[in-house]
Design a protein around this ligand. Structure first.
Ligand code: NAD
Length: 330
C-alpha cells in the first residue's frame, strides 16, 4: 500500500511526505517541479509529471500499488487567480478532476485534499466552524470549493472516500531546518516578515491598522506546517479505518494579529522588523480563525506547536536558505 503525494516537492507537501515516511507509510511523489524542488523530496521516489496526465497517473498507481492519495498539487496565489482564472480552473479543477478520475479507475479509495479557509471569505462568526456559509471571494477559493464538491460527488457515486482539510494559514518550517517555504512564490505574512527582517526586501507593508481588532491589524490563525503535516497522517488513518467523507478545519483556534507576528518575531530573533502601515487591501477580512474541535473529535488531531516555534523555525530556515531549495540544487 503506497500513498501517492501530489505536489510533494512543494512547501507543505515535502514536510508531509517526510512525516509519512517517518511514520512507516510507503510514499511516491508526483510533482511537475514547476513550483517545487527535487531537493525537497530527498530519496523518496519522485515522478516528475503533471496530475492531468491520466496515463502517467494510471501507470504510477499500477507500478507503486497506490492505495491512497494526498493531493497538494495546485496553484495557490489568490491575486494571480483573479488575473488569470483560466490557469486556476485548468490546474486546480480540471487537472484535479483528471487526477481523481484516473486514481478512482486505478482502485484508489482514499483521498486527503488540501482545501482552504479562504472558502469562508469574511465569516459572520469566529471561530469559524465547518458549517459556516461558503463565501468564496476569489477564483482560487472557488477552485478549492469545486474540488471539495467533486470529491463529495465521487463519494456518492463511486468507491471513494475523502477528507478535505481546510487549512488556515500555514507557516513555519521543519524544526530541523532542512525544509521550508520558497519565499519567491509565497504571498504569506511570515515569509514577508522574514524577507524584511533579513534585508531581502524593503520594509514590510502592514495592510490596515484600523480594523475592529484589539491592535487594529488583521487577525488570522497561523498553523505550524509540522502540525499541519500531522493532520494529513491523522486523516489518512481515519480513512483507512473506514471513516466517511468529510470536510475538516485545520487550525489552532487562536487568532493572531499582524502586530502579534511582528512583536513575536522581534522577541524570538532579537532583531527589529522594519515595517510601514499601508492602506487596507480590498477583500481582506478583519479576522478569522478556526474552530478546530471537529479535527480533535473526529481525527484525534490538535495543533501542538506555538507561535514562537513558527517564528523560530521560519527564521532558521530563511536565514540558512535565502534562495529556498534552489541553492541545494545548484
Ligand atoms: N500555504 C498555505 O498557507 C495554504 C493554505 C491553504 C491551502 N493551501 C493548499 O495547500 C497545497 C500546498 O500548498 P503549498 O503552500 O505547499 O504550495 P507549493 O506551491 O509549495 O506546492 C505545490 C506543489 O504542487 C506542484 N504542482 C502544481 N501544479 C501541479 C500539477 N498540475 N502537476 C504536478 N504538480 C503540480 C508544484 O510544483 C509544487 O511543488 C495547495 O493545494 C494549496 O492551495 C496552502
Amino acid at each position: 500500500m503506497t500513498v501517492l503525494v501530489t505536489g510533494g516537492a512543494g512547501y507543505i507537501g515535502s514536510i508531509t511526505t517526510r512525516l509519512l515516511v517517518e511514520r512507516g507509510f510507503g510514499v511516491v511523489v508526483l510533482d511537475s517541479l514547476e513550483l517545487g524542488h527535487r531537493a525537497a523530496v530527498n530519496d523518496v521516489p519522485l515522478v516528475v509529471g503533471n496530475i492531468a496526465d491520466s496515463d502517467l497517473v494510471t501507470r504510477v498507481c499500477r507500478e507503486h500499488k497506490v492505495s491512497d492519495v494526498v493531493h497538494f498539487a495546485a496553484y495557490k496565489a489568490v491575486g494571480e487567480s483573479m488575473q488569470n482564472p483560466t490557469k486556476y480552473f485548468d490546474n486546480n479543477v480540471a487537472g484535479t478532476h483528471s487526477l481523481i478520475a484516473a486514481v478512482v479507475s486505478a482502485g484508489v479509495e482514499n483521498v486527503v485534499f488540501s482545501s482552504t479557509a479562504a472558502i469562508y471569505g469574511d465569516p459572520d462568526i469566529v471561530p469559524v466552524t465547518e458549517d459556516a456559509e461558503v463565501r468564496c471571494e476569489s477564483v482560487y477559493a472557488a477552485t478549492k470549493r469545486m474540488t471539495e464538491q467533486i470529491l463529495e460527488w465521487y463519494s456518492a457515486t463511486r468507491n471513494l472516500r475523502s477528507v478535505s482539510l481546510r487549512y488556515f494559514n500555514a507557516a513555519g518550517a521543519a524544526s530541523d531546518g532542512t525544509l521550508g517555504e520558497d519565499w519567491r512564490y509565497s504571498q504569506n505574512l511570515v515569509p514577508h516578515v522574514m524577507k524584511a527582517l533579513l534585508g531581502f526586501a524593503p520594509a514590510l507593508k502592514v495592510f490596515g491598522n484600523d480594523y475592529s481588532t484589539p491592535d487594529g491589524t488583521g487577525i488570522r490563525d497561523y498553523i505550524h506546517v509540522e502540525d499541519l503535516a500531522e493532520s494529513h497522517v491523522a486523516a489518512l488513518q481515519y480513512l483507512r479505518g473506514g471513516g466517511d467523507t468529510m470536510i475538516c478545519n485545520v487550525g489552532t483556534g487562536v487568532g493572531t494579529s499582524v502586530m502579534d507576528i511582528i512583536s513575536t518575531t522581534e522577541r524570538v530573533t532579537g532583531r527589529a522588523v522594519p515595517y510601514d502601515i499601508a492602506p487596507r487591501r480590498a477583500g481582506d477580512p478583519a479576522r478569522y480563525f478556526a474552530n478546530a474541535s471537529k479535527a480533535e473529535r473526529v481525527l484525534g488531531w490538535t495543533s501542538r506547536r506555538l507561535l514562537d516555534d513558527i517564528i523560530a523555525s521560519a527564521f532558521a530556515w530563511h536565514s540558512a536558505h535565502p534562495h529556498g531549495h534552489a541553492a541545494s540544487q545548484a
